[in-house]
Each structure stands twice: as C-alpha cells, then as structure tokens.
Design a protein around this ligand. Structure first.
Ligand code: IPD
Ligand code: CA
Ligand code: CA
Length: 264
C-alpha cells in the first residue's frame, strides 16, 4: 500500500520544507514583487517557488501522479493519483504580514481524497489525515468538538471578488453573530478547516473556493469526526465552490442557514 508511514512522513516533510521557504521570505517581499491575478487575488514569487519546491519533490515520491496546483498548470493528466496543492494558502495575510498562512497538500486516488496535510507555518502546526486512519496535529490525534451553535466559534471567508451573493451571505453572517460565541475570518481556508478538525471552531463556511483551498482540510475534518458538504448538503464541495464543514451540530446549524438564505 502506498500510504505507509514513510510515504506520509515524506509528504509532511515536503509541506514543512515549503513552509520553511515561505517563513524565510516573510516580511521580505517588495511591493513591486506582488502581482494581481484577479480582483483582490495577489501572488508573488513566494507562492510560485513554494509550488515548485512541492511539485518537484512529490513527483520524485510518486512519479505516476499528476497535479492540480494553484499557481501552475504543472499537469493534470488522466492518472490514478492526483495531488491537489495550495503552495501558500493565505497569500494576502502573508503579504500584509498577518502571521496566518499554510501549505496545503492533498492526494486523490481514483477521485477519492486519501491523504491531506495542512502545515500552518508560523505556529508550526502540522495537521494531517489518512483516509480511514484519523486526524492528527503534530502527530497527536485530534477530533472535532460537537458544540451547540451558541457554545462555539464559527469561521468563514468574506467574499472578496464574487459579490453576487453578498446579500445572502450577510444574512447568514448576521444570524451567526446573534447565535454563536463569535465569527472569525482568519484569511486561510485550509487553516480554518484544520481548526474545525481540532475543535477550535465549531464550523466553517465559505463560497467561491477552489479545490486546493479545501481538499486536504476537508479530509482532516472528516477524519476528525466532522462533517463536510456543499451549501445544498451534498457532496459537491471540492469542485462546486461552496463548503460547510463542522462538528455534527455545527455543520447542521450552519447548513440550515445557508440552505435557507442561498436558495435560488
Ligand atoms: C484564499 C484563502 C482565503 C479565502 C480565499 C482563498 P489564497 O486562498 O484561503 O481565506 O477566503 O477564498 O482563495 O489565495 O490565499 O491561497
Ligand atoms: Ca488558498
Ligand atoms: Ca494560494
């Protein structure tokens, strides 16, 4: 079996290596080295070099694989194994020196995510999960905390380029402000999911996300005993751009709201 301990540790090592590179460049990127991909979507050489570091090593580790990665068309081919990579999740934080950002690496086998690693660079927290084997933070098992909505925190990402559903989004937000301990917007979806997995957040929701934002984190949430769906409560969260993840109660509470306000 491919997912033995040595293989998993190698992927963790690669995430941490890229994290070390990112850390070394924190606060050192000049304004003229920052480019805009789309509205409010920034990128610098740190994102692209991190991706190169990751892809080169993963290719050595598993030559018969292809890549769905944010910053390059490194090659999504018709292979059984596909890596889904966000080389720097939280680029805007990174570039504005807000110390919350991560490397996210997931491995799909025949369309199913079987491995997820999220390495949060500044706290040096490495979250990982292997399908069917539980979820871990720096090697120790983690699990979601199944809280009533009013007893927990909710994470989200504010819309920043697709404003077509802002009204529905703000309704959900208002509701959560009124009925939870608070709402947080850290600015790194992979970290939000990892924090759900270890019980810091009761749930997370966001729309307009890409597969590399959620692939690894969603497996980690599920392996930590949590639930993941799209805004309809269905399975299309990887490619469908909407996600709700949480403990059983957290997920149910947020899903009820997004279903109500985001209905067509
Ligand atoms: C972004 C972050 C952010 C989320 C955005 C993502 P990036 O990823 O995860 O929290 O709100 O939707 O695109 O661009 O920093 O990799
Ligand atoms: Ca991202
Ligand atoms: Ca990114």
């Amino acid at each position: 079996m491919i997912l033995n301990n040595i293989f998993v540790q190698s992927v963790i090592d690669i995430a941490q290596l890229a994290g070390g590179f990112i850390h070394a460049h924190y606060g050192k990127v000049d304004e003229n080295q920052i480019h805009t991909k789309d509205l409010n979507s920034l990128v610098s050489y740190v994102d692209t070099n991190s991706e190169t570091i990751i892809i080169e090593r993963l290719r050595e580790l598993l030559p018969e694989s292809s890549f769905l990665a944010e910053e390059s068309s490194a090659g999504l081919e018709n292979t059984e194994y596909v890596w889904i990579i966000d080389p720097l999740d939280g680029t805007t934080n990174f570039l504005h020196q807000i110390p919350i950002f991560a490397v996210s690496i997931a491995l799909q086998y025949r369309g199913e995510i079987i491995l997820g690693v999220v390495y949060e660079v500044n706290q040096k927290e490495c979250f990982h999960a292997v399908k069917g084997q539980g979820a871990f933070l720096n090697g120790s098992p983690i699990s979601v905390k199944n809280l009533e909505l009013q007893d927990g925190l909710i994470a989200t990402g504010f819309p920043y380029y697709d404003f077509s559903k802002t009204e529905a989004y703000l309704k959900v937000l208002e509701n959560l402000m009124l009925h939870t301990r608070g709402v947080r917007r850290l600015g790194a979806a992979a970290v939000d999911l990892a924090y759900v997995a270890c019980g810091r957040y009761n749930a997370f929701f966001e729309y307009s996300l890409a597969p590399w934002d959620v692939a690894a984190g969603a497996l980690i949430v599920r392996e930590a005993g949590g639930q993941v769906s799209d805004f309809l409560g269905e399975e299309n969260w990887l490619l469908g751009k909407t996600i709700v993840a949480g403990s059983e109660k957290g997920h149910a509470g947020v899903l009820k709201l997004v279903k109500e306000y985001f209905k067509a």
